[in-house]
Design a protein around this ligand. Structure first.
Ligand code: ADP
Length: 216
């Protein structure tokens, strides 16, 4: 299962990325986490990107795309959840080329849909809890505006290619997770290159384990 997560800040990409990665046993590659990790470790790359992160601006493409290529190569496996990239049409095209080269083109683009007022509410709550440097109200507004400007429009491109799945992510995280894991499980049966596997019945009875419940 090769999944791209595209959603506005605060929609729950990180949370759901982990759920999907655990359920399908694939790596969760989150560009924001990788960048923040560089800043925290004080690497050269971290020093280069810190200002962009603090201001809620996009880090230059070559930095992000280089990092993503490395992560995909290191993951080596047949699947991944990419969270936070692509954020622009240019990144979408570049990512597609990288994925073609590595024989890892995405099976599905998951779009988490949440109303703006709810996004701002969640991000402000996170600001109080985690103190992320980009969760102040003015930077939140800038990140949201940037999302609608340059990120949201790429969803049409994926829609035309027939790999876009949009879920309502206004509900509690566990309900959103259950819905999207279900959608991906059903899709996996269709994507599976082995025609015998494609005729397997879909079994969702083990789904609870994706949410921490002991498997029965
Ligand atoms: P959110 O989506 O909630 O804003 P992320 O953790 O995904 O949070 O991203 C945080 C920041 O990391 C972004 O505001 C941006 O500065 C940087 N970033 C992450 N991914 C990319 C990307 N693909 N291109 C450019 N900058 C990125």
């Amino acid at each position: 299962m090769k999944v791209l997560l595209v959603a506005p800040p605060g929609a729950g990409k990180g949370t759901q990325g982990v759920v999907i990665a655990e359920h399908f046993d694939i790596p969760h590659i989150a560009t924001g986490d990788l960048l923040r990790d560089h800043v925290a470790r004080g690497t050269e790359l971290g020093a280069q990107v810190q200002q962009f992160l603090d201001r809620g601006e996009l880090v230059p493409d070559e930095v992000v795309l280089g990092m993503v290529r490395e992560a995909l190569e290191a993951a080596k496996g047949p699947g991944y959840v990419l969270d936070g990239v692509p954020r622009t049409m240019d990144q979408a095209r570049a990512l597609y080329e990288i994925a073609v080269e590595l024989d890892l083109t995405a099976d599905v683009v998951l779009h988490l849909q949440v109303e703006d007022a709810e996004l701002v509410r969640r991000l402000l709550a996170r600001a109080a809890e985690q103190g992320r440097s980009d969760d102040s109200e003015d930077v939140i507004r800038r990140r949201l505006a940037l999302y609608y400007d340059v990120t949201h429009p790429i969803l049409d491109w994926y829609g035309e290619r027939g790999i876009l799945v949009t879920v309502d992510a206004m509900r509690p995280a566990d309900q959103v997770g259950a819905q999207l894991v279900t959608a991906l499980e059903v899709m996996r049966q269709m994507i599976e290159p082995n025609p015998d596997a494609a005729r397997q019945p879909v079994d969702l009875t083990g789904l609870d384990s994706a949410f921490g419940a002991p498997s029965r």
